[in-house]
Write a protein that binds this ligand. Structure first.
Ligand SMILES: NC(=O)c1ccc[n+]([C@@H]2O[C@H](COP(=O)([O-])OP(=O)(O)OC[C@H]3O[C@@H](n4cnc5c(N)ncnc54)[C@H](OP(=O)(O)O)[C@@H]3O)[C@@H](O)[C@H]2O)c1
Length: 310
């Protein structure tokens, strides 16, 4: 199938494009600010908040599937720039979904575990009611609706949790997503350079390896799945214990990772205390199982080793 990856220079876009090519799909991509680095893929500049640009690209490229990995997702920035967050995460998503529909393409959108508020009984299934707490989370929740509404029998929303991957030197330029280097790579580099890091120990998530998420998206697309699916790492863990496990797996000094409570960080936007996700529906419908933490850390270590040896 011909896949158009929106945000191909990003962490998930880049990984998804590489895996889709390996699986034999034709891939084209879009970027906004950061030069894409996926070898052999034709790419086009696109700001998804510009409806005319979206229409023209869809008309010219005629993809069969559009995967929107793009977002404004610096959670604290979004809290004080609500209009911008909704413009990108809701309105831009709607333009893409509507134009995908007009081009007879399926559309997939990447949402977030932050649509939940931590109450009830996590890990959350897809049946759980959402209660987004921050402007970012609200803009993504409305983005979910914008993604599904034009073509509910064919379009897909996936919800990962905090996404990490080894992000080597080929990826170090600034992005319009509001995010710098991803959490895993930042952590490893800080500790490797001997710096102490303070990591919150009272927020539980389901850390999601980018390549595992990409595998889940491709499995869902292969199965023509539609609607909402949770696609998060299989282990629920707080950030501090996750960070220690990652650093230890790489043979670095776990003593550099210090625990702090969320209340000690002056974060603008509220975060759920537990936004862990249950991804068993994905396994039931496609046979694809999200990785438990030890296996995911092995895969992270392997990609870092390969990158350092290259
Ligand atoms: N990272 C996480 O921990 C996490 C957790 C849960 C959910 N998510 C969701 O997962 C998705 C992928 O995250 P990621 O980590 O891959 O993000 P990322 O590396 O920051 O990539 C996001 C991409 O969005 C593009 N972008 C931003 N604004 C755009 C616009 N107006 N038009 C077109 N493209 C635009 C950026 O393009 P340029 O780089 O070219 O500027 C960037 O490459 C996002 O939807 C995010 O909300 C992320």
């Amino acid at each position: 199938m011909k896949l158009l990856v929106v945000g191909i220079a990003g962490q998930v876009g880049d990984t998804l494009a590489l895996q889709a090519i390996d699986a034999g799909h034709e891939v084209v991509g879009t970027y906004r600010q950061r030069e894409p680095t996926v070898p052999g893929v034709e790419t086009f500049p696109l700001d998804k908040t510009d409806a005319a640009q979206v229409r023209q690209l869809m008309h010219e490229q005629r993809p069969q599937v559009v995967v929107d990995t793009s977002a404004l997702h610096n959670v604290d920035y979004c809290e004080s720039h609500s209009e911008e967050a909704f413009k990108v995460n809701r309105d831009g998503t709607r333009f893409l979904a509507e134009e995908a529909r007009a081009a007879h393409a399926r559309f997939a959108f990447i949402s977030t575990d932050f649509v939940f508020d931590g109450s009830g009984a996590p890990p959350y299934t897809e049946a759980a009611e959402i209660h987004p707490q921050s402007e970012y989370a609200r803009s993504k929740a409305e983005g979910e609706h914008a993604a599904l509404a034009p073509n509910p029998e064919h379009n897909l929303v996936v919800r990962p949790s905090v996404i990490y991957s080894w992000w080597g030197p080929r990826h170090q330029s600034a992005s319009s997503s509001g995010k710098g280097v991803n959490f895993g790579t930042w952590l490893v580099e800080e500790v490797r350079q001997g710096r102490e890091v303070r990591i919150i120990d009272d927020l539980v998530t389901s850390p999601t390896l980018a390549s595992d998420l990409a595998g889940a998206i491709l499995a869902l697309l292969d199965h023509h799945a539609h609607g909402i699916y949770h696609t998060a790492g299989a282990t629920a863990v707080d950030r501090y214990h996750f960070s220690k496990a990652l650093v230890e797996r790489l043979g670095l000094d776990a003593g550099k990772v210090r625990a702090v409570h969320a209340a000690e960080f002056a974060q603008k936007a509220p975060r759920p205390s537990n936004s862990s996700l249950d991804s068993s529906q994905l396994a039931r419908d496609t046979g694809y199982r999200m990785l438990e933490l030890p296996a995911a850390l092995d895969r992270f270590a392997q990609s870092r080793d390969e990158d350092l040896q290259a």
